[in-house]
Design a protein around this ligand. Structure first.
Ligand SMILES: Nc1ncnc2c1ncn2[C@@H]1O[C@H](COP(=O)(O)OP(=O)(O)OP(=O)(O)O)[C@@H](O)[C@H]1O
Ligand SMILES: [Mg+2]
Length: 382
C-alpha cells in the first residue's frame, strides 16, 4: 500500500511562497493530476514529494510513514520530467537500466528481464540500441518512461511529461499513459497545465492556483460543481462565461441578469437566500444557444468574432458590455456584425459570490435541459 499524504505542506524560497498550505491524500493506486496555470506551485509540490526539495512546514507520508528528512533516493519514487533528461551518450537501453545498475540491487538477469518487459509495454524493443539523438520526441519520451517503469517504484511522479510533443502525439501518449496505469496500477501524481490532459487522465484532479489547492474532485464533478470562479473558468474550453448579475425572485420563479441580459433560473427553493443579491452568473458556451428568432426569453446580442471549429461555430457576442462565447451550429452562416437571439439552459447555470468567487449555487447537472432553448423550439414547432 503506497498512499501519499500531504498535510499542511508549505514551501518558501526566501520571500517567495511557492506552496502555501496544501493537504492532499492520494490513495494507493490512484492517478491524480495536479493542474493549474504557470507558477502556481505544481512542480514544487511534485519535487517536495520526490524529495528534491524539503518542506518548510508540514508533513508528507508515503504508505503511512513520514518521508520528511528522508533523501529522495531512498523514497522509492520515479520521476519523469518534461525534458526527459536522457544521457545523450548512452543508448536507450543504457539510459533505461542506468539507475538499476548503479543501485547494485539487481542481478544482470533481472535487469535484462525488466528492460524486456518495459520495452514491450512501451513498444520500444526495436529502439533500445539507439542513442537519444536518433529518436523522435515521442520515442525519447517512452525511453524516459521506461527508465521509470523498470525501477518498479512505489510512486510515479510526472512533471508535464507530454508537453514537448506535438498535439497528435500528445493525445496518443495520453491514451498510452492511461493504459499503462491500468496495467501497472502504480500510485501516480501527474502535473500539467493542460486542463484537457487533466480531465482525461485523472481519477481525480487537483486544481491549484497561487500556491493553494482550489478544489480536488473527479473530472466530471469539477466540471459540474466548480467550487469557485477560478475552477469554473479554468476547467472547460472555451472557458465558462462569467458576468455580474442581480438575482431576483419573480413570482414563483427566479431570474438573474443585468440590463438587457436576463436569464431564467430553475424554480429551486435553494435560490431564496440569493434573491435580491448581487452575484456572478456562470454559463458555459455549450449551454447558450442561437435561436432562429426573437422569443419571450431570448436575449439580443451582436456578434463580434466568429471562429469555425469544424463541428461547431464558436461565436463571441456582446450584450451591452458583457462578452459571451456561444457554440453555434457550424453552417449557420453567422458573421461578425450580425444580430442573434440567445437563450440559456436554465438547468446548466452557476452562481458565484461577487467578492470571494466561491460557488453559491449550481443547477442540478442531471436535470433535463428545460430552459428557454427547449421552450423556444417547441413554440416554433407549433
Ligand atoms: N528554487 C526556487 N527559488 C525561488 N523561487 C522558486 C524556486 N522554484 C520555484 N520558485 C517559484 O515558486 C513558484 C512556483 O513555481 P513552480 O515551478 O512550482 O510552478 P509551476 O506551477 O510548476 O509552473 P509551470 O507551469 O510554469 O511549470 C514560482 O513563483 C516560482 O518562481
Ligand atoms: Mg512546473
Amino acid at each position: 500500500m503506497t498512499d501519499v499524504t500531504l498535510t499542511n505542506v508549505r514551501k518558501a524560497f526566501g520571500d517567495v511562497v511557492a506552496v502555501k498550505d496544501i493537504s492532499l491524500t492520494v490513495p494507493d493506486g490512484e492517478f491524480v493530476v495536479v493542474v493549474g496555470p504557470s507558477g502556481c506551485g505544481k512542480s514544487t509540490t511534485l519535487r517536495l514529494i520526490a524529495g528534491l526539495e524539503s518542506v518548510t512546514e508540514g508533513d508528507i507520508r508515503m504508505g503511512g510513514e513520514s518521508v520528511v528528512g528522508i533523501d529522495g533516493a531512498d523514497r522509492d519514487v520515479a520521476m519523469v520530467f518534461q525534458n526527459y533528461a536522457l544521457y545523450p551518450h548512452m543508448t536507450a537501453r543504457r539510459n533505461i537500466t542506468f539507475g538499476m545498475r548503479s543501485s547494485g540491487s539487481f542481478t544482470d538477469a533481472e535487469v535484462a528481464s525488466r528492460v524486456e518487459e518495459a520495452a514491450e509495454v512501451l513498444d520500444i524493443a526495436d529502439l533500445l540500441d539507439r542513442k537519444p539523438a536518433a529518436l523522435s520526441g515521442g520515442e525519447r519520451q517512452r525511453v524516459a518512461l521506461g527508465r521509470a517503469i523498470v525501477r518498479d517504484p512505489k510512486v510515479f511522479l510526472m512533471d508535464e511529461p507530454l508537453s514537448n510533443l506535438d498535439a497528435k502525439l500528445r493525445i496518443r501518449m495520453r491514451a498510452e499513459l492511461a493504459k499503462l496505469h491500468a496495467r501497472l496500477g502504480t500510485t501516480t501524481v501527474y502535473v500539467t497545465h493542460d486542463q484537457t490532459e487533466a480531465m482525461t487522465l485523472g481519477d481525480r484532479v487537483v486544481v491549484m492556483y497561487d500556491g493553494e489547492i482550489q478544489q480536488t474532485a473527479p473530472p466530471q464533478r469539477l466540471y459540474d460543481y466548480p467550487a469557485n470562479r477560478f475552477v469554473a473558468e479554468f476547467i472547460g474550453d472555451p472557458a465558462m462565461n462569467v458576468f455580474p448579475v442581480e438575482v431576483r425572485r419573480d413570482g414563483g420563479a427566479y431570474r438573474a441578469g443585468r440590463g438587457a441580459l436576463q436569464v431564467a433560473l430553475p424554480a429551486d427553493d435553494s435560490l431564496t437566500s440569493l434573491a435580491g443579491r448581487e452575484a456572478l452568473l456562470g454559463v458555459r458556451p455549450e449551454n447558450l444557444h442561437v435561436e432562429p428568432r426573437r422569443g419571450p426569453e431570448t436575449v439580443e446580442a451582436t456578434v463580434t468574432v466568429t471562429e469555425p471549429l469544424g463541428d461547431s461555430l464558436l461565436i463571441e457576442c456582446a450584450v451591452g458590455d458583457v462578452a459571451l462565447k456561444v457554440h453555434a451550429s457550424p453552417r449557420s452562416g453567422i458573421e461578425p456584425g450580425d444580430t442573434v437571439f440567445l437563450s440559456a439552459d436554465a438547468a446548466r447555470l452557476h452562481l458565484f459570490d461577487p467578492e470571494t468567487g466561491e460557488a453559491r449555487y449550481h443547477s442540478d447537472p442531471e436535470a433535463p435541459v428545460t430552459g428557454m432553448a427547449a421552450a423556444t423550439s417547441s413554440a416554433s414547432g407549433e
